[in-house]
Design a protein around this ligand. Sequence first.
Ligand SMILES: NC(=O)c1ccc[n+]([C@@H]2O[C@H](COP(=O)([O-])OP(=O)(O)OC[C@H]3O[C@@H](n4cnc5c(N)ncnc54)[C@H](O)[C@@H]3O)[C@@H](O)[C@H]2O)c1
Ligand SMILES: CCCCCCO
Length: 259
Amino acid sequence: MDLAGKNVVYLGGFGGIGQKCVQELLQRKLKTLAIFDLTENGDILASWKSENPDTDVFYQKVDITQKSDIEAAYKATTERCGHIDVVVNGSGLMNDRLVELTIQINLLGVINSTLTALEYMDKSKGGKGGLIVNISSVAGLQPTPLMAIYSAAKTGVTTFTRGMSNPIYYAHTGVGFVTICPGFTDTGLLEDIDNKTTFTYHTPMLEMFKKVKRQTAEVCARNLVKAIEQAKNGSVLMLELGETQEIDIPPHWTPKLDI
Ligand SMILES: NC(=O)c1ccc[n+]([C@@H]2O[C@H](COP(=O)([O-])OP(=O)(O)OC[C@H]3O[C@@H](n4cnc5c(N)ncnc54)[C@H](O)[C@@H]3O)[C@@H](O)[C@H]2O)c1
Ligand SMILES: CCCCCCO
């Protein structure tokens, strides 16, 4: 997808990965960039606006645990820019001691954002189609016991997004879906891990966590935006240490039909 002139919504745009993705996206001469996030970073928003006078950059307050916030933000954004071409669901929380919030932010929030965006993007409902990119994690590709609940939520994001990319849905809506699974990326999300693990007792997994190689948020963002531009509906892309690898997840069960 050529991003020039497109209308993009980025949830979590003031976060560590989000900020770098927004900076990378703004180099593509977008028409509109809407930042949905919990709290506004006025200084960064002002700099993005002044550095990109030809792009309408604005903020919408969204607590992704509140469906009403999501619905209001998409309504206001569509009224402002006419239609939405790309959505990146990039909000997140990694803290297994906050069980419900972990599921609400990382999974339910992504589901509600996706379904609400589809109401405006679905060509069968007057939309123009487009692309929805959901940020999962390497923890969304296999069990990650140290953060078992976060991993469950991210695995849900991966499976939900793959389900949304079903060819029948794509033919009906014109909205493609891509799952992004970053590896360890140097942001605030990884801080204070000792107080965020599923269980409070010490395990060797905790020591290993602290030794895992990390990529910078800039490198992650560069590859994430390339993934948006080269998007293939249904792809699951692992962004690890500066490399992008398409992940093939084979089916394990095929229904036997009574014919
Ligand atoms: N950093 C990593 O190693 C890593 C690896 C894989 C996946 N990810 C995922 O990438 C995404 C961005 O993570 P990050 O590393 O930039 O973390 P971050 O903590 O820097 O950013 C998280 C973002 O989510 C937003 N957010 C949190 N709670 C919210 C809520 N209730 N409503 C709306 N927004 C909310 C924050 O405001 C922030 O913008 C997350 O989905 C995260 O799970 C990160
Ligand atoms: C413990 C797994 C952490 C994976 C990187 C954040 O998604």
